[in-house]
Ligand binder design. Structure first.
Ligand SMILES: [Zn+2]
Ligand SMILES: [Zn+2]
Length: 287
């Protein structure tokens, strides 16, 4: 069994209202550790640490950090991105193999000097920066949120040691390992999954990263604001595919970060199934 860390923040909005209760049956498993920003006093749980400003300023400009402070969401953004940094460090220390990070504010629209689309700080970029100080160099990021990861691209555009494969609405490829794969306006689970299998898996195998970060958005699910026709079952199947890739190329080091998607029922259905897959629990029937 894999050792899986769950890093949880919930400050506002509808989508995570069923959590952490929806993880009942998962949280008490021996190979699962749960880190929570809010309920730090409960026995057996761990406290999720906010991000340090020192690390923040290695990725984002001081001016941008000041602007985020004025939004009123600064603290929540620190915990959101802090979960990803903590997950990366705990995996590096050998305390766990993979992780799922709940965020209140996502990652991939946050660049060096700009933020938007409910993304303030770029947790993946901050985690990669922290890992590099420990000697990790090569990292892959796969983005299955339906929107283009403009912030992540801005940060890593010139970095040949980061493979960034973004499934969005355009095709693009450069010699710095920045790749966009166009997903048509309407698609199906089968088409989507085979596109990821064809476009991401061979690239990540060839790239040989030490970690894989998965920017997991479910906004392309039917009924969501980026509806491309995917069913909610597509995401646990994606999890299986990416976990297998991580097991093959980087000893299973996979960090899943919650990005876009607003529906509560989709979140409540998909997230426990993704964690079930990561931790190899077998609670849910494989789809
Ligand atoms: Zn999105
Ligand atoms: Zn893109």
């Amino acid at each position: 069994m894999k050792r899986t860390g769950i890093f949880f923040t919930y400050f506002q909005g509808e989508r995570l209202k069923d959590f952490p209760q929806a993880l009942a049956g998962i949280l008490d498993k021996e190979n699962v550790s749960y880190y929570d920003a809010v309920y730090d006093s409960r026995q057996g749980l761990y406290y999720l640490e906010p991000l340090s400003e020192e690390l923040l300023l290695k990725v984002h400009s001081r001016n941008m950090v000041q602007r985020v402070k004025l939004t009123g969401n600064y603290e929540s953004a620190l915990y959101s991105a802090g979960g990803t940094v903590q997950a990366a460090e705990k995996i590096w220390q050998g305390q766990m193999d993979n992780a799922f990070v709940f965020t209140s504010f996502g990652d991939h629209h946050a660049g060096r000097d700009f933020y938007g689309g409910m993304c303030y700080f770029n947790g993946a970029a901050l985690a990669i920066t922290a890992l590099r100080e420990k000697g990790i160099r090569r990292v892959a990021i796969i983005d299955t949120d339906c929107h283009h990861a403009d912030g992540t691209r801005d940060i890593f555009v010139d970095d040949r040691d980061v493979l960034h494969v973004c499934f969005c609405y355009q095709d693009y490829c450069d010699d710095h390992n920045n790749i966009d794969i166009m997903i048509p306006y309407r698609t199906s689970d089968e088409d989507y999954l085979s596109r990821v299998e064809q476009e991401f898996v061979p690239r990540v195998v060839a790239f040989e990263p030490e970690y894989i970060f998965w920017e997991f958005g479910y906004d392309a699910t039917q009924g969501e604001y980026g509806d491309k026709g995917l069913t909610r079952d597509c995401h646990p199947r994606l999890a299986r595919l990416l976990k297998e890739a991580a097991d093959k190329v980087c000893q299973g080091r996979l960090i899943t970060i919650l990005c876009g998607g607003s529906g509560r029922t989709v979140a409540t259905y998909t997230i426990p199934r993704i964690i079930d897959c990561l931790a190899e629990l077998g609670i849910y029937r494989a789809i």
